[in-house]
Design a protein around this ligand. Structure first.
Ligand code: DAK
Length: 260
């Protein structure tokens, strides 16, 4: 296991799993520009690193992230915030090709909840709480909350959460389909790792094309989506992993995937 220290995040690897831990404990991991830049740099480095197959994004037990840094944001004007174009960083996160599992404990609010929804699978501790409280400070979600939350939990619940700013518990988030799995606080990170290990055994090229195809659902019609899925399916027959996977099945042995 290797640990690299940035100012606002901790980065480590565990076998084929890349782990990024948000680390601004004094402000409950509020997402300032510096943290977001470090985060996207770390995620892109894992994305390029062939020995990494799955990424876990996590925070502390007390907070995944309590939102964008309100102190940093409070003096912005329409023009200043637009010219900074900080959403470009979020778009880069959206373009990460490897699966990202969010391991969430404590607060996942505002931008924290939006960051979680940028991930592909969400494991929560029983103490996690999710919400979009921007309405309480006179704004609305800006990093995808109105769109992603609505697609995941439906219009009426999303409307309630976004208009009241009220957070929901891990159990509620699970019932609404926002969270894949809820585990006791001592176990949620291990549960995320277990999932990561399981996915890391699959063909990385199939995993990549599967993630791409699932995400396509969100910006296409069903017939275009089916075409897209088909194209990715055809493409996999050009991979060594497809040959290996099918041969291993027929030879009744576990497959060994290389990502080629
Ligand atoms: N920003 C800055 N500091 C924060 C913070 C935040 N979001 N959340 C907490 N802190 C700081 C507190 O100010 C406090 O600092 P000190 O007073 O000790 O210096 C410290 O963290 C501990 O917080 P509390 O003392 O408040 O702790 P409590 O346990 O009493 O309360 C809380 C925890 C999470 C309920 C509370 O801290 C809270 O309500 N925090 C704010 C939650 C919130 O409103 N989040 C949404 C922010 S708006 C964008 C991308 C994304 C976004 C916007 C733009 N671009 C790319 C342009 C997203 C916007 C948002 O997320």
């Amino acid at each position: 296991m290797m640990t690299l220290t940035n100012q606002n995040i901790l980065v480590e690897t565990d076998d084929q799993i890349g782990i990024v831990k948000l680390n601004r404990p004094k402000v409950l991991n509020a997402l300032n520009h510096e943290l977001m830049d470090e985060l996207v740099t770390a995620l892109e480095a894992f994305d390029r690193n062939d020995s990494i197959r799955v990424i876990i994004l996590t925070g502390s037990e007390r907070a995944f992230a309590a939102g964008a840094d309100i102190k940093e944001m409070s003096d912005e004007t329409t023009v200043s915030i637009m010219l900074k174009d900080r959403f470009a960083t979020w778009d880069r996160i959206r373009n990460i090709k490897k699966p990202i599992i969010a391991a969430v404990s404590g607060f996942a609010l505002g931008g924290g909840c939006e960051l979680v929804m940028n991930c592909d699978i969400i494991v929560a501790s029983e103490t996690a709480q999710f919400g979009q409280p921007e309405i309480n400070i006179g704004v609305i979600p800006g990093a995808g909350g109105t769109q992603r939350l609505t697609r995941v939990i439906g219009k009426h619940k999303a409307m309630e959460l976004i208009l009241t700013g009220r957070p929901i518990t891990a159990a509620e988030a699970h019932a609404l389909g926002l969270v894949n799995k809820v585990a006791p606080v001592e176990l949620y990170f291990d549960a995320a790792k277990e999932l990561a290990r399981e996915i890391a055994k699959k063909s990385p090229i199939a995993v990549r094309l599967a993630k791409e195809a699932v995400l396509k659902t969100f910006d296409t019609s069903i017939s275009e989506g089916l075409q897209f899925e088909r194209k990715n399916f055809y493409m996999l027959f050009a991979s060594e992993d497809q040959k290996e996977g099918m041969r291993a099945f027929l030879e009744k042995r576990p497959a060994s995937f290389t990502g080629r």
